[in-house]
Ligand binder design. Structure first.
Ligand SMILES: Cc1cc2nc3c(=O)[nH]c(=O)nc-3n(C[C@H](O)[C@H](O)[C@H](O)COP(=O)(O)OP(=O)(O)OC[C@H]3O[C@@H](n4cnc5c(N)ncnc54)[C@H](O)[C@@H]3O)c2cc1C
Length: 420
């Protein structure tokens, strides 16, 4: 502990994988940290995700190709994207900004930013996993992107696109793919093998272990639903209906629920909940996999976890309030039957469905910055499809921001000022 950290009280609001990592880094630096959440640790979007440290995903979602595929995807009841007609007017401004990010000049910048933060994401996790006793749920075995009917030339072109960004990837034919993953279906013709990525066997347990470790270092963890936030002279005051708490600094890491708090501070945040689903299947030797397997055509992923397999994916635009449509979780099973050889005809009754809210911004970049007009507030939110992947590096960057150190990477692309 040094003089500047000594006695400085910091609140991190939001105990998802992002907030937990911020709290852990700040507590390790000697600040007195309180991690607040309206719910239980890691039970937001960080709970049922695909567990993939997907550092290969350096391409933002906004690309012109998607416009051509969109009508077909939306018409397909088993398709990867769904849009609630009732919700469409609310989401329209987000879509307009999303489309603006398809411009080549913007896309190039966004790719460079994603690449810079993804590149070191796994390296930043490793010491934390060791210290938190979580190495047993972290597996470095690569991942596969499998293809059923995409022409080889197109796959080769895709491989070149990844290689051009420095992503390590090998093209495998059918035999090579099945040798790595014998339980995959004969439908699979090719795969791209990302050798340098990893997965966790239990994303919720990972959050819990990291939070527990922060607690052993002295971090306090409390249930608190932050309704209001105010900057008063040297303190930041947060409150629910009953009580007020004052801190020297507050980090907002409230995922898909961030718009309201930022509005109170006069920051515009074009955030959408990209709703995604997962379905957990119990362990069965006939369907075991060794690494995450994503389907390029069906756009979902299957990850081997401690409970068995987790099927995850789909994007649904329907806001935070609409009820879950669990048909989208069972739909994943119908798709999985084309990827894994010995799945039974129907999803076993005990399969567990889950809905999560990805906090997504139209340029696919997170917001990691000091609040431009409030020197005692920082933001760590909007990590879209990559929150698990980017947890540790986000925590590190927030630590550096709060301590006024030079950040490990250029954080200018992640500043909220891009939306003001
Ligand atoms: C189906 C699916 C699969 C995915 N797969 C992957 C993957 O393989 N790899 C990957 O990297 N990412 C994946 N993601 C994305 C990843 O899960 C998210 O990016 C990540 O969980 C976001 O973390 P977070 O901490 O920002 O948000 P959350 O985990 O949602 O945490 C935010 C927390 O803030 C709390 N909160 C909100 N408002 C308040 C308030 N006012 N007061 C107090 N507390 C508040 C919430 O209760 C919540 O606990 C997937 C997502 C989905 C849906």
């Amino acid at each position: 502990m040094n003089e500047s950290t000594n006695n400085k009280q910091i609140a991190v609001v939001g105990a998802g994988i992002i907030g937990i990592n911020c709290a852990l880094e700040l507590q390790s630096r000697g600040y007195q940290v309180t991690l607040l959440d309206k719910g239980a640790i890691g039970e937001g979007c960080s709970k049922g995700n695909a567990g993939h440290f997907a550092t290969e995903q350096v391409f933002p979602l906004a690309e012109t190709n998607i416009l051509l595929q969109l009508p077909k995807m939306l018409l397909n009841p088993l398709g990867p994207i769904a849009l609630s007609p009732k919700y469409f007017p609310k989401a329209l401004p987000w879509f307009i900004k999303f489309m603006a990010n398809m411009l080549q000049s913007k896309r190039r910048k966004n790719i460079a930013a994603l690449k810079s933060i993804n590149e070191q994401a796994i390296a930043y996790y490793k010491p934390l996993l060791k210290a938190a006793n979580a190495e047993d749920i972290f597996v470095e075995n690569g991942s596969l992107l499998v293809f059923e009917n995409t022409p080889l030339a197109k796959i080769q072109k895709l491989q070149q696109t990844y290689l051009a960004q420095g992503v390590k990837v090998k093209l495998l034919d059918k035999n090579q793919t099945l040798l790595l993953e014998p339980n995959l279906h004969q439908n699979i013709q090719y795969s791209l093998y990302f050798t340098d990525v990893a997965h966790t066997l239990n994303p919720l347990s990972l959050s819990q272990k990291l939070a527990k470790y922060a607690e052993t270092l002295g971090c306090k963890i409390e249930r608190f639903d932050v309704k209001n936030i105010e900057h008063r002279a040297t303190k930041v005051v947060i409150s629910d209906q009953r009580k007020q708490l004052a801190f020297d600094h507050v980090v907002i890491a409230t995922g898909a629920w961030s718009e309201n708090l930022l509005q109170q501070l006069n920051y515009k945040l074009p955030i959408e909940a990209e709703r995604g689903y997962s379905l957990d299947l119990a362990a069965d030797a006939n369907i075991e996999l060794n690494r995450p397997v994503a389907s390029a055509e069906r756009r979902f992923i299957i990850t081997p976890m401690s409970h068995g397999l987790r099927l995850a994916g789909t994007v649904e635009f329907a806001g935070l309030a609409q009820k879950a449509n669990m048909k989208r979780a069972t739909m994943l099973y119908k798709n999985a039957k084309f990827i894994v050889k010995k799945l039974s005809e129907e999803a076993p009754e005990e399969s567990q469905g889950w809905l999560g809210f990805r906090p997504s911004l139209p340029d696919s970049l997170p917001v990691i910055c000091a609040a431009p007009n409030h020197k005692n507030i920082s933001f760590a939110l909007g990590h879209q499809h990559l929150g698990l992947t980017l947890g540790a590096i986000t925590g590190k960057l927030i630590g550096q921001i709060v301590a006024s150190e030079q950040p490990a990477i250029d954080i200018a692309p992640f500043c909220i000022s891009r939306f003001q």
